[in-house]
Design a protein. Structure first.
Length: 235
């Protein structure tokens, strides 16, 4: 199987220039589906820490790069929205956050904020023993004994012990960011949630400082009011 992907056909969320070269690295199997960006693309094209895939492999072999608290040794490992990338030796920590238009960008945060990550609940189901399994936006499953969590809520998961340290319900008045679509990267409060009969997507009206916008609920994620201020240099 090829390890290359044509730049012109990469998802719009990938932070790569499409006309500089014909090919870029193809994402491997893992979280975030086809929207996941290969780790080497962030190391090379965004941060400029390596010049080649070979250099990326060497850096990863030193266990010096953590994703969500885990040392990664696969340069094709998909990286997506809200992942935490840490360089402990450099004392540098980043969160993947949507930029204008939904393009993935790295937001610098502090070490404390890098200890946990945000996840949007895409679904939940009861499992044996009476517990509830929450499935997050990146495919991660979290087992809880509290059935009060709902789809489209957001939770913050500790990277070390996988416990839930915060819960943000999806409801009118909640602070959200748009992660896809024409309004990607915008932040505001939910003004209204309009339920669409049948199988169509529900729509969400979001008020912002410069007016507001409407989008489908799949494109918004509930965040904490201090979420983008963790590192002091955030938006």
């Amino acid at each position: 199987m090829t390890k290359h992907q044509k730049r012109l056909s990469v998802p719009n969320s990938w932070p790569v220039e499409r006309k500089t070269d014909v090919f870029t690295v193809k994402a491997g199997g893992g979280p975030h589906g086809e929207d996941g960006v290969p780790l080497v693309v962030l190391l090379r094209d965004v941060l400029g820490y390596v010049d080649s895939t070979k250099e990326a492999r060497y850096a990863l072999s030193e266990d010096s790069i953590l994703v969500n608290g885990v040392a990664i040794n696969d340069e094709q490992r998909p990286i997506g929205i809200f992942d935490i990338i840490a360089f402990p030796g450099r004392e540098e920590y980043y969160r993947v956050f949507p930029d204008e238009g939904g393009r993935l960008a790295l937001t610098e945060i502090d070490e404390e904020a890098a200890g946990s990550r945000l996840g949007k609940i895409d679904g939940k189901r009861q499992v044996s023993g009476g517990d509830t399994q929450l499935t997050l936006h990146d495919g991660t499953n979290v087992i809880v004994d509290d059935p009060s969590y709902s789809a489209n809520d957001s939770i913050v998961v500790d990277n070390e012990d996988k416990s839930i340290v915060a819960h943000f319900p999806y409801e009118e008045g909640a602070l959200v960011t748009a992660i896809q679509g024409n309004h990607g990267g915008k932040i505001g409060e939910i003004e209204a949630i309009d339920v669409t009969p049948g199988s169509g997507s529900n729509t969400v009206t979001v008020s912002t400082d410069d007016g507001g916008f409407e989008t489908v609920e799949e494109y918004v994620v509930v965040i904490d009011e201090n979420f983008t201020d963790d590192g002091g240099d955030d938006e």
